[in-house]
Structures are given as structure tokens and as C-alpha cells.
Design a protein around this ligand. Structure first.
Ligand code: NAP
Length: 347
């Protein structure tokens, strides 16, 4: 049994809590709440122990929320902390809490890999560098888009190797998550310097990858348009589809109208948190043109990284071989079953 604490209970933290608290190998210490809002009630109803910053216990108790203790006590009890702070907050947690207490931690994709606020020396992608995380103290789990790109690129690299000249990816990013209360602007915005390109190169350094990112007014998943240029004629569509037929966390759909159709189906089917936890290749728009393949796939922004964090714990702490870890995560997240259901629904 390992003791795990989740520092943060936002869109990612609450999903991590659902998953990790139901893993029998984990003694779930609880979650951190910083604001005494309705989400505290939700966490209590889910049976999680709540830890809060020093000096705020009264604030929570005054609102009728039962608090187990302060965050530093929970971290002291834990073997590893999964940090789920909003972007950039993980660095201060590392300096103020994890390092002084000598605790291992996983950070999310909004943290820095380089520079003064760097939190770790590697970004994990379970399809690419799972084994490299074994025994590490600090690792960043790549963001949803970065995880999705690795999941598509690595099988292609293994099958077609140096026949691939370059990848150009246009990320069409959702504005906010379904649970977010922030306003969605009627605008399409661009990112001068998307972090995804460097993040992917951290675990696939040889890739000739170029990323452009645009944010659109939607809450329903991201869509990636990946253009892959080959040396000479590109492989057939069948060969490309075959490459992904048994890939963990990749569904091949043929008739989804858009990202909302998939998200709504996941909710209607009662998938936990309305997540599919995977990327979905949209076969009907996959095109082969001379030396180019165009693949469009949607990426479940909130769900993607949850099994990735679960796999990462299995590498860092249990040092389990990847194929065994995949089996375990599949049992917990029911990914193979979900994939089969989605492929039937959108066949
Ligand atoms: N949302 C996504 O689709 C997505 C996908 C992949 C990766 N990520 C990454 O995951 C991380 C979390 O994103 P999110 O969407 O879950 O953010 P979020 O919904 O805004 O939640 C952030 C949480 O951080 C908590 N918090 C405040 N101060 C904190 C501190 N010092 N330490 C730890 N937690 C603190 C907040 O708690 P209170 O509510 O109690 O104030 C809040 O619940 C980011 O790095 C993000 O880039 C997000």
C-alpha cells in the first residue's frame, strides 16, 4: 500500500481523487481545498478527508465543512503527492512543502519544465517514456494535448520510422472545461508560442514537430489536425488505421459529428465524470494525399491525463513493467470497454 495525497481539487484534482481513491493498492490520504466553496461539500459527500491551509480551519468549519487537518500534516503522512494546483502553482508547493518534507510529487502539465520555475527534469508520456520515470522523485505529467500527441506520434514512429519527415499540428483548443464558470468569449485566439511543441520534444527529441494553437469558444474537447509528411509516397489509409487498432487509449470513430457528440455520449452512457479518457481518431476525415497524411483526432481534455497520472504512479513508486501497469489502469478506468462502446456508437 502506498499513501497518496492530492493537492488541489479542481477539474483535474477531483477526477484524480475519484480514480486513486478506488485503487486497492493506494491508501488515499485525502485532498486539499483552499477555498471553502461548494466543491468542499462535494468532496465530503464523496467520503474524502479534507485538508486545508494553516489558519483556515475556522473558515471551513464556520461554513459547516468538516476538516480533517492542515495540508502539511497530510503531506507528512503521504509517500507521494499528486499536485493538481492551477497552472504554475506547483512550483511554490514544491519549494514550500514537498522538498522540505522530502516527499515525491507528480506535477501537472501547466508547470514549467525549464527555467527558474522548473519543477522536474522530465515530462511523462506513458506511450513513450513510462520506464524512465521509475524511481524518480519529481515528474511532470504532460498536459492533455501533449499526452494526445505522444499517443498518436509514437506508434507512427515505431511503424514508419525515418520515412516520416515532419509533423505539423494545428491544435484547436477548447476555451474552458464544462465545470468552469469563466465566460467564453466569442473569439478565436492564437498562441504566439505554444508550449506543446517543446513539451513533446522533451520525450520525443528527434521529432521534427511544429505546433500552432488556436483557442475556440467551446467547452467540448480539443481537436488536433496533424499533418504528417513522408519521404516519398505516404502509406495507405488502411495501414495508418491498422497502426492504431490495438493502441491503449485510442478509439477509431467513423461518424461522430463533432467533439460535443462524443462528450455528450460519454455523459449519457454514464462514463465517470463524462470522460472517455482517450483520443478519438476521426476516420472519415483521415486523408492521404501524395506524401502527406492528415489525421484529425479529438482529445478529451479533462479525462486524458487521469489514467496517465495513474500509470505514472505505477512507474515512479511500484516500478512495474508497462504492460502490467496498462492492465491495471485499464481495469480501473475501463478504457478498453469504453473504446469498444464508442467505436460501436460511432461506427
Ligand atoms: N482542465 C484541464 O482540462 C487540464 C487538462 C490537463 C492538464 N491540466 C493541468 O492540471 C492542472 C490543474 O488544472 P485544473 O483545470 O484542475 O485547474 P482548476 O480547475 O482551476 O483547479 C485548480 C485547483 O487548485 C487549487 N489550489 C489553489 N491554490 C493551490 C495551491 N497552492 N496548491 C494546490 N492547489 C491549489 C484550487 O483550489 P480551491 O478551488 O479550493 O481554491 C483549485 O481547485 C494545471 O496544471 C493544468 O494545466 C488541466
Amino acid at each position: 500500500m502506498i499513501k497518496v495525497f492530492i493537492n488541489g481539487y479542481g477539474n483535474i484534482g477531483r477526477r484524480l481523487a475519484t480514480a486513486l481513491s478506488s485503487d486497492k493498492e493506494i491508501e488515499f490520504i485525502g485532498i486539499a481545498k483552499y477555498t471553502a466553496d461548494d466543491k468542499t461539500k462535494e468532496a465530503l459527500e464523496n467520503g474524502f478527508d479534507i485538508y486545508v491551509p494553516n489558519g483556515t480551519v475556522k473558515q471551513f468549519k464556520d461554513k459547516g465543512y468538516d476538516v480533517r487537518g492542515i495540508i502539511s500534516e497530510a503531506i507528512l503522512k503521504s509517500d507521494i503527492v499528486v499536485d493538481a494546483a492551477r497552472e504554475g502553482g506547483g512550483f511554490d508547493n514544491k519549494k514550500n512543502l514537498y522538498e522540505p518534507m522530502n516527499k515525491a510529487a507528480i506535477f501537472q502539465g501547466g508547470e514549467e519544465r525549464h527555467g527558474e520555475r522548473s519543477v522536474a527534469d522530465m515530462i511523462h508520456n506513458s506511450r513513450v517514456n513510462y520506464a524512465k520515470a521509475a524511481g524518480k522523485t519529481y515528474v511532470i505529467q504532460g498536459s492533455c494535448n501533449v499526452s494526445g500527441m505522444g499517443r498518436i506520434m509514437q506508434p507512427l514512429i515505431e511503424k514508419f520510422g525515418d520515412k516520416i519527415r515532419r509533423y505539423d499540428v494545428t491544435l484547436i483548443r477548447r476555451w474552458a472545461d464544462l465545470e468552469d464558470s469563466k465566460e467564453i468569449k466569442d473569439s478565436i485566439e492564437w498562441d504566439k508560442n505554444p508550449h506543446h511543441q517543446d513539451d513533446v520534444k522533451d520525450f520525443i527529441p528527434t521529432s521534427n514537430l511544429y505546433v500552432d494553437a488556436y483557442k475556440v469558444p467551446s467547452r467540448m474537447m480539443h481537436l488536433h489536425q496533424m499533418v504528417i509528411r513522408f519521404n516519398g509516397k505516404a502509406p495507405s489509409k488502411d495501414k495508418i488505421i491498422e497502426t492504431f487498432r490495438t493502441e491503449f487509449g485510442v478509439a477509431i470513430l467513423n461518424s461522430a459529428k463533432g467533439t460535443a457528440a462524443i462528450r455528450k455520449k460519454a455523459m449519457e452512457l454514464g462514463f465517470q465524470h463524462g470522460d472517455t479518457n482517450m483520443v478519438h481518431i476521426h476516420q472519415e476525415v483521415l486523408k492521404v494525399q501524395d506524401d502527406i497524411i492528415k489525421i484529425a483526432y479529438s482529445d478529451d481534455q479533462t479525462g486524458m491525463v487521469i489514467p496517465e497520472n495513474h500509470l505514472l504512479i505505477q512507474s515512479m513508486i511500484f516500478r512495474r513493467p508497462r504492460h502490467e501497469a496498462i492492465k491495471k489502469s485499464d481495469r480501473l478506468f475501463q478504457m478498453t470497454k469504453k473504446r469498444m462502446i464508442l467505436e460501436e456508437e460511432f461506427g
